[in-house]
Design a protein around this ligand. Structure first.
Ligand SMILES: C[S@@+](CC[C@H](N)C(=O)[O-])C[C@H]1O[C@@H](n2cnc3c(N)ncnc32)[C@H](O)[C@@H]1O
Length: 229
């Protein structure tokens, strides 16, 4: 999962999570013994879906999952970690300095604070919000040819179903679900990939209030009609 030359850095990050991360309440004490299989390896697997030299925005990074793991495993990426809570951004900034990472920027704030200002090739998240809300926070940050990659649990198909109206309202393409880590980790995770249906129609600024870029598409209106019937 990690190139051999980055292994020492990942080990230092794992040690930071197991010590300062636990002491500062960013990682539960029960997670410390299973950091590799439940957190670090899962997050690194997401890198398979990230093209070389991409700009990545990880929203709701917490203690750096998955954004910091991607930055360590993939020095070719430019990673922005967005996290509103000071206690967490302080840990993230310290981790960046301790690990001597030069490809990471830490932004304290909500994802919405970047809407209309910045876009990225890839917008990642793990355990941040249900898909409907996550689209409102993430899609305004996704470049026209970029994608949202959200790490999700086994109820991913239900989440997609529940968010059908929001997917249509945001003008998203049909989501693609990837299974990560089967046979490698005890609990495989899913990565949900969402792209724009028509990159040529994406224009900024998109609404920061989660209202979507405009009138519901035909797919959205059809879905709404189906629900009303
Ligand atoms: C359950 S934690 C998950 C942390 C990390 N991604 C992980 O998997 O361990 C959710 C994180 O999302 C952050 N968050 C909540 N709303 C947010 C928003 N609108 N924009 C960015 N981050 C947000 C919270 O502060 C919290 O750190």
């Amino acid at each position: 999962m990690f190139p051999s030359e980055r292994l020492a850095v990942v080990e230092r990050y794992a040690a930071l999570l197991a010590t300062e991360g636990v002491v500062r309440g960013l990682i539960g004490p029960r997670e410390a013994p299973r950091l590799w299989e439940r957190h670090l390896v899962n997050c690194a697997l997401l890198g398979d879906l990230v093209p070389g030299d991409s700009s990545v925005c990880d929203i709701g990074s917490g203690a750096g999952l998955p954004g910091l793991v991607l930055a360590v495993a993939r020095p070719d990426l430019r990673v922005t970690l967005v996290e509103p809570l000071l206690r967490r951004t302080t840990f993230l900034q310290e981790a960046v300095e301790t690990l001597e990472l030069t490809n990471v920027e830490v932004v304290r704030g909500r994802a919405e604070s970047l809407h209309g200002g910045r876009t990225f090739d890839i917008v990642t998240s793990r355990a941040v919000a249900p898909l409907g809300r996550l689209l409102g926070w993430s899609m305004p940050l996704v470049a026209p040819t970029g994608v949202l990659l959200a790490m999700k649990g086994s109820s991913v198909a239900d989440e997609v179903e529940d968010a059908s109206e929001e997917l249509a309202r945001w003008g998203c393409d049909e989501p693609v679900v990837h299974l990560l880590g089967e046979g490698l980790v005890p609990v495989p995770t899913y990565a949900l990939q969402v792209a724009w249906a028509d990159p040529t129609r994406v224009s900024w600024p998109l609404a920061a209030d989660g209202g979507g870029p405009g009138r519901p598409t035909r797919r959205g209106r059809k879905a709404k009609r189906r629900r009303q019937e």
